[in-house]
Write a protein that binds this ligand. Sequence first.
Ligand SMILES: *Cc1c(COP(=O)(O)O)cnc(C)c1O
Length: 488
Amino acid sequence: MKQGGNRQTEKLLMERSVPGRVGTVLPDLDVPAQAMPDSALLRDELPLPEVSEPEVVQYFTGLSLLNFSIDTHFYPLGSCTMKYNPKVNDEIAFLPGFAGIHPMQPVEQSQGALDLLHRLQGFLGEITGLPAVSLATLAGAHGELGGMLMIRAHHLANGDTGRTKVAIPDSAHGTNPASAAMAGFNVVELASDKNGNVDLEGLRQVAGPDLAGVMITLPSTLGLFDTNIVEVCRIVHEAGGLVYGDGANMNALLGRVKLGDLGFDVAHLNLHKTFSTPHGGGGPGAGPVCATQQLAPYLAAPTVTKQGGAFALSTPEKSIGKLSSFHGNFGVLVRAYTYIRTLGDAGIQSISANAVLNANYMMNALRGTYHLPYDRTCMHEAVFSADLQKERGSSGLEIAKRLLDYGFHAPTMYFPLIVHEALMIEPTESETKETIDAFIQALIDIDREVTENTELVNSAPHSTPVARLDEARAARQPDLRWKPEAAA
Ligand SMILES: *Cc1c(COP(=O)(O)O)cnc(C)c1O
């Protein structure tokens, strides 16, 4: 990654300190001077950098640019939809009436905010074809837990206590089995067939009186539309089970396919992937749950209802209860609402058109160079295998690291687990053909490098501020603090 000519971040702020230099000027004292607290409460030594304001701005801006981000780089992280999110959505979320509102404010004073949430519930119900919506859950996995608790509540309300099993495909996101287990179910794995669809024969074998339901990601984490999906829903319903949809990555289906029409009973969306909140790094999210009218009584509280002319916060009749302190991550919900309103019907459809077109364009350009285990039209992402490169000495990991030198964030690696040396690439709907072409070329160049100069690839990245980290340790014990020499 290129840095500015004067390498602003090379010298730590503390090391630039010059005694007496200040970054701010305090106004004259206009209140009575106060005595200092007891000196026992004060530190003798408090090393703070003495620097000018521009130095502080340059230093921190420089630091922020050391990382890859969607504002600076193409970020093809499959199953995560790291796309450009229009800045207008942030601007609206920052409006004082939205940003400053307090969740404990009485509903009479929050009618505008509740109106927005009520409309958003309606939009998401329309988009998914699952009209009963709760916005209270704060992440995709959180929505999954909510949906699974609803399925459980539904069976128990019917006196159906023997439904202890939830079947989940082997291509599922890791959160699916975790959520089902947290909701108290035993998880059974469903095999995928050779086309990447759910294996119907395997499903029929588990579809019995102990099956509570299945959890299906659509499109699957192989980036594929399961062409058996209607039959999957039919088999599960016939056995008395319910179908949960993981709609974390809905950008391939928006405005074209409704989960409710396919037979899903309950699903979650990741507003922080599909509906415009940049995520990653653990930022705020929203994983609303959308369900059929039949499951509406079980939704997590609160939902926003309209009674007479006024909006109210309600607890559905047989609600699974509250899953978060208040009404969801309001700022994320405002962004999603703004996004949907600014796009309109036609714009929503263009998301899925471009997401699928971009992914297929990229897939077809790379299919001769990288192995494509499931070779069929993809949805918003394509999953390659680096097996051919590994035979020549470079694994998927080495290729991903080398991409950083080309100025691209790495794709998702080693997921889904059923693809060997997986490279899961999502160009997203918001990138230009020029960017996608440059990315394709980089992967073709790296393939050539694997043959001609394996060591160059296997010691990458060469251009980043730090090279190969112990990734687990870097995440668990990040080194974020400047320490004085002596204590270091
Ligand atoms: C991201 C993702 C999730 C989990 O979402 P979080 O907000 O990270 O909890 C679940 N399923 C799929 C398919 C995903 O891509």
